[in-house]
Each structure stands twice: as C-alpha cells, then as structure tokens.
Design a protein around this ligand. Structure first.
Ligand SMILES: *[C@@H]1O[C@H](CO)[C@@H](O)[C@H](O)[C@H]1NC(C)=O
Length: 434
C-alpha cells in the first residue's frame, strides 16, 4: 500500500494540477461506497468488484464492499486520507519551491540574454579544442563631457589612446625626478603626471614634463595635498575613472619605478587589467595549487587550494571597458567606506573573489605581467643580481616596491642597467632591516 501511494505521489508530482481533483474524487468515491454498502449490503453488482463504481478515480485506494462494515476499517481509511492530505501540503510546498527555482532560472536567463544581445550573434559551440571564450571586452564609447580639459590634454599627449599616468605630491618629489628622467631617457612621449600640489606642478613645468593639475574645487583634492601613501591610493582610483571614460587605456604607475624599455612594446592588451605581480617566481606570480594538510582527516587529509601572489596596484595597465570602470568604482567605494583597508588588498579582492551567496563577483579579465620584464625589487635583489644569466636581461621596468630605501635603490638600478656599472647593486641587502 505504501509503495503504491508513493506511486501516486510521483504521478501527482508530474500532474500537480490534478492532485486536488483526485483528492475530491477519492473522498466522493469513499462516501458513495459507504452509502451503497449500507443500502445494498449484499453488493450492488454481486459478481463485480466495486472498482467499477462510477466516479471512482484510478486510485490505489481499493475499497471493497466489506470495508465499511467495521468502524475500524473506516477509521483506517480516514487516517489514509489524512496522510494523503498531509502529502498534499508537502507537494504544495514542493511546487512553490519549484516555481521559485523556475523564476530564478528565468531571471538568470534574462541576464544572459541581455549580455548576448550586447555581444552579438548566438553561436553553436565548435568542435573539441576549438572553442575560446571572449576575453577582450569592447571599449566604452568615449564621453568628452566628463572632462573637456583633460580630453584636450590627452589628445595631445596620448599615443594610440594609451598613456602612462602617475599621481604625485611633494612627498615623492625626489623619486618623481628619477621616474621622469628614466622615462625621457627611454624616449617614451605618452606619459602624464597628475600633480596633486603646486610644487609638483612647477617641477613638471620647469622640466617639460606633461602635467595635469586637477580643478581645485574638486573636494577630493584635499586628500591629495596632505594625504599619505594610502590616502592618495584611494584618490587614484577616482581620478583614473575619468581617463577611462574618455576612452583611454592607462598604464598606472607609482613613482618608485625606473623605466628601462618602453612598456607599450610589451603589453598583450587582451584583458581588462594587465598587472605586474608581487610574486617572485613562476608559481607565486602565475598561480599554483597549494596543498593544505590536515592529518586528522585521514584519507582526506590533503585539501587543495589555489594561490597567487597579489597584483601590484602600483603598476597596472587598464583598458577602458565596463568591467574596468566597475573595478575602479568598487575599489574607490570600498576605500571610502572602510577606513583601515589597504588599497592593494581591496584591488585584488575585487579582481579575484568569485560570486557567492550575497556577493556578485566582478567579471573582469586579468593577465599577470612577466615577472622578469616587469620586475619587483625582491626579484632583482634576491635573485637576478646574483645570477649571471638573469642579470644580462634588461627588464622593461623595475619597481622598488619591496624596499623602503627607494631612492638609492632606484639610482642604483639606473647605474646597473643603463650605465653598465656592474657592482652598482652589490652594496644593498636582500631585504631591509626590521
Ligand atoms: C617560467 O615560465 C616561463 C614562461 O611561462 C617559462 O619559459 C620558464 O621556463 C619557466 N621557468 C621555470 C623555472 O619553470
């Protein structure tokens, strides 16, 4: 009986709309059966089982003429009906849940559909090994109304809609001089200093360095004048937005960086964000499987994790796309709300954390730059300077991000790579005193 009832339940799942009609029919059938049994105790059609009674549904509830003879049987039937209507409530709940799932699926489909309309035609997947996801997002339509003065300046300075941008206030004046001197020496014309105070503006003017001074009435400027490194970093993401809205790709650069080749000759331009890494070898720079060991779990003691050293938010190439601008907004928004957050940590979290309950991740494409061409100072001082072969390769840039004595190390990098002074890097320790 139980098995057959389950069969009914299954059928009703498939034909949810019929379930209430069936319940009504069952009740009617039972009542009619009882009435007829009382009226014709010997049986209506003595040779036929009551299964032929009119209105009897094709149900698993078989009522024979004797079933109403004892009160016991009636009670058993009543409890059957009760349990059926209980199942009915369960089914209603299940139907509601399914309807909810359907609605959510339809919403997801809506988003996918909208995206498809933006991206163009629908395609069939090609044969094995030939399919490739779209990695390069289209650039936004330039909007000059955002900042016409900057638009005009960029028209003059940028090349192929690309430009190196650095923010500077007078706290970093000495490094900025080494920075633009190295850029000039390589012969890179498309770069721009966003001057956050007058001293820097004057320094740039007297050295014929392309400079952009923001309008003083912009409220966030107060951060730029007095702010420490991290405050300026938050400002940087807001300022960058205008460049992207104007349709330019920006190679954002800190000033503790020495240029040895033109970086625009070494970009892939296939991602929203192409960034230098804080990693120091292939694994840490490009990602690896880091196995976490928990012996107490016995057979399953090894849990595999994905690791990658953070992207350096002081040197990255960002294309003017919707995901890129969304990234800048997310980072700037979080930095303004979370007073103790470090911009580089926020930048990486927004880039890499996947969507999960209560959170929608960013759909941005990213690329890690070659860690020997776009070299951080750990790679240079711990490895490259001690390796005869590696030290012959000329990096594109060196970022003195791992060391506090930035200025002397920057100058030493120039001596070593540009002026052929082979022992220029020798006097420095691998790391810094702590
Ligand atoms: C690191 O990766 C590069 C390219 O991705 C490869 O050419 C090189 O051999 C790798 N080095 C090591 C030590 O695995």
């Amino acid at each position: 009986m139980a098995g057959r009832r389950d069969g009914l339940v299954l059928r009703e799942k498939l034909q949810g709309s019929r379930r209430s009609r069936i319940a009504v029919a069952i009740t009617l059938g039972i009542l009619l059966g009882c009435a007829l049994t009382l009226l014709y105790p010997g049986g209506l059609f003595s040779s036929d089982p009551p299964a032929r009674l009119p209105h009897r549904p094709k149900s698993d509830l078989q009522i024979d003429s004797s079933s109403c003879e004892s009160e016991e049987r009636v009670n058993a039937l009543k409890s059957d009906i009760a349990s059926l209507s209980e199942k009915n409530v369960d089914l209603k709940k299940q139907v509601r849940e399914l309807q909810e799932k359907l609605r959510m699926a339809e919403q997801g489909q809506d988003n996918a559909q909208k995206q498809f309309l933006v991206l163009g035609e629908q395609h069939k997947a090609g044969p094995f090994g030939t399919v490739k996801g779209l990695r390069t997002n289209p650039t936004v339509m330039p909007d000059e109304s955002v900042n016409q003065r900057l638009a005009k300046l960029l028209e003059e300075v940028a090349i192929r809609k690309e430009i190196i941008v650095a923010l500077a206030n007078s706290n970093v004046k000495d490094m900025l001089e080494v920075w633009f001197t190295s850029i000039k020496k390589v012969g890179i014309p498309n770069y721009l200093v966003v001057a956050l105070d007058n001293e820097i503006a004057e320094l740039c003017q007297s050295n014929e360095v392309p400079m952009y001074k923001r309008d003083p009435d912009q409220d966030i400027d107060s951060i730029g004048k007095t702010g420490g490194n991290h405050a300026v970093s938050g400002l940087k993401f807001r300022i960058l937005r205008e460049f992207l809205q104007l349709g330019y790709s920006v190679l954002l650069s800190d000033v503790d960086i020495v240029y040895l080749q033109n970086p625009f000759d070494h970009l892939y331009r296939d991602s929203d964000v192409e960034s230098m890494t804080d990693g120091h070898n292939n694994r840490t720079a490009y990602g690896y499987n880091d196995v976490f060991d928990e012996p107490g779990m016995g057979w399953a003691r090894y849990a595999h994790t994905m690791r990658i050293w953070v992207y350096n938010s002081g040197f990255f190439y960002i294309r003017p796309t919707i995901p890129s601008i969304e990234l800048l907004d997310r980072v700037a928004g979080r930095l303004s709300r979370e007073t103790n957050s470090w911009d580089q940590a926020v930048f990486n979290e927004e880039l890499f954390f996947p969507s999960h309950p209560g959170y929608e991740g960013l759909h941005a494409a990213k690329r890690t730059m070659d860690h020997y061409l776009f070299m951080n100072s750990k790679v240079l001082f711990k490895e490259v300077r001690k390796d005869a072969d590696l030290s012959k390769l000329k990096p594109v840039i060196v970022h003195v991000n791992y060391h506090p004595d930035k200025l002397p190390r920057m100058k030493a990098v120039i001596e070593f790579y540009d002026n052929g002074k082979k022992d220029a890097l020798q006097s420095f320790p691998d790391g810094s005193e702590w």
